[in-house]
Ligand binder design. Structure first.
Ligand code: AMP
Length: 422
């Protein structure tokens, strides 16, 4: 199938040509005709499948057709809500790219940065607004945004939205949206609570699905190194000796872990940077940009920060630890081998994570091949029940101590800190 077969407006076809997209991805081929026919859509698709274009293209087409004769200041006719700033920015860039010959205005708003530049953009008038929930509600409450004219509503990455605790914000938002609208709902996974939420939003939706979360892209080679916790640092350096790994996205479960890995790599003169929730918006964007330019070899990310970051032709993903939710593994390795490119996912597994590997293999219905040439093989044993209990208690105590100290510090320095960072 070609984009030409989807009866798209010439302005969109021209923009897609500029992007060098030759044919629609599966989710695009399924969703674009349904959205053009004004159906609500329930889409089961993860980042990397081309889902942004699957909703952006038909929305642009609707807007080209409806805004032609509009007079006066542009009103928000399409609202896209997405959980993270990175995703919001990327969706905004996609609307810019696919809509560049369509005379539409879009703007992106998200928290953690001053609101004034965003307010100024809004005041100029926009057709499409891409937003994260907190800042959106904030600006609505200050009367900078009205949703009165919204006709096309997209809820993106719904599962992640709930994981991040946005359910109350979503419920508030739903009350503010016009009843007469077309709604599109995307989620990588569809557990019951997500389906229930979709039922509150969609009317007679058509369903589209690609890459159920249990399937890992066929173009991704997977390898696992079983090692000891204390050897991971050296094992990572050993793996990075291979110069074929020009650029790597490395996942760390925790923010502190991410910072520690960056410090260790920098000590060995390996250019790296971390992106996680404790980094400012500026720091994250800068790190991403430097990575995209090739100035950083290893970008270390936590799962939430990495969600949705779009890096063209990323070949290597390293799991510095094994996630305890098997779906997270699938999301992580889905960051390489995108759009037909070949990818390699390397995982480092310490004894306590052996059990997680079992659940991952059950989900993906595949034994992850064990890497040859492992100079740091696993020799430690997983803890027994009582050791584990003791370890968990100690960890809890340390965490508590850390948060107490941090809250004390933050309370003293800046009482408004927590609110502002949302
Ligand atoms: P997404 O799932 O929306 O994050 O898109 C994943 C990546 O695929 C992005 O880099 C898009 O630019 C790219 N992409 C989307 N649609 C196509 C297409 N039809 N052909 C080639 N690349 C595409």
């Amino acid at each position: 199938m070609k984009f030409e077969d989807l009866k798209l407006h010439p302005a969109i076809l021209k923009a897609l040509k500029d992007e060098n997209y030759s044919e629609p991805t599966s989710i695009q081929a399924q969703a674009i005709p349904l959205v053009l026919e004004r159906n609500d859509v329930l889409g089961s698709a993860q980042t990397g499948t081309g889902k942004t274009a699957a909703f952006a293209i038909p929305i642009i087409q609707h807007l080209i057709n409806t805004t032609r004769h509009e007079k006066g200041k542009r009103q928000i006719k399409s609202l896209v809500v997405t959980p993270t700033r990175e995703l919001a920015i990327q969706i905004g860039e996609s609307f810019n790219a696919y809509g560049k010959y369509s005379n539409l205005q879009n703007t992106v708003i998200f928290g953690g940065v001053p609101q004034n530049p965003q307010v100024r953009q809004l005041q100029k008038g926009v057709d499409i607004l891409v937003a994260t929930p907190g800042r959106l509600l904030d600006l609505i409450s200050q009367n900078y945004i009205s949703l009165r004219d919204v006709k096309y509503f997209v809820l993106d990455e719904a599962d992640r939205m709930l994981d991040m605790g946005f359910i109350h914000d979503i419920n508030k938002l739903l009350k503010l949206l016009p009843k007469q609208r077309q709604s599109l709902f995307f989620s990588a996974t569809m557990p019951t609570k997500i389906l229930k939420l979709s039922q509150q939003i969609l009317v007679n939706p058509k369903k589209v699905a690609v890459n159920p979360v249990s399937s890992t892209a066929e173009t991704i080679q997977q390898h696992i190194y079983f090692t000891n916790k204390s050897d991971k640092k050296n094992l990572l350096l050993h793996i990075l000796k291979n110069e074929e790994l020009e650029q790597v996205l490395l996942f760390s479960r925790t923010k502190h872990g991410a910072d520690r890995i960056v410090r260790n790599l920098r000590n060995k003169n390996i250019e790296s940077a971390a992106i996680h929730g404790e980094k400012s918006q500026n720091q994250r964007q800068k790190a991403l940009l430097r990575f995209k330019k090739g100035e950083i070899r290893v970008l270390v990310a936590t799962d939430i920060a990495a969600r949705g970051i779009d890096i063209d032709k990323l070949r290597y993903v390293i799991n510095h630890d094994i996630p305890n939710e098997p779906e997270t593994y699938v999301h992580r390795i889905g960051r390489c081998g995108r759009a037909g490119e070949e990818g390699v996912a390397i995982s480092l597994c310490e004894p306590e994570e052996n059990a997680y590997v079992k659940s991952i293999e059950k989900l993906i219905k595949l034994r992850i091949p064990v890497a040859n040439n492992n100079p740091f093989p696993q020799t430690d044993k997983p803890m027994n029940a009582s050791e584990k209990k003791e370890f968990e208690a100690e960890k809890k105590r340390k965490r508590q101590e850390f948060f107490e100290n941090r809250n004390k510090k933050r309370g003293n320095q800046n009482p408004g800190f927590r609110r502002k960072r949302r």
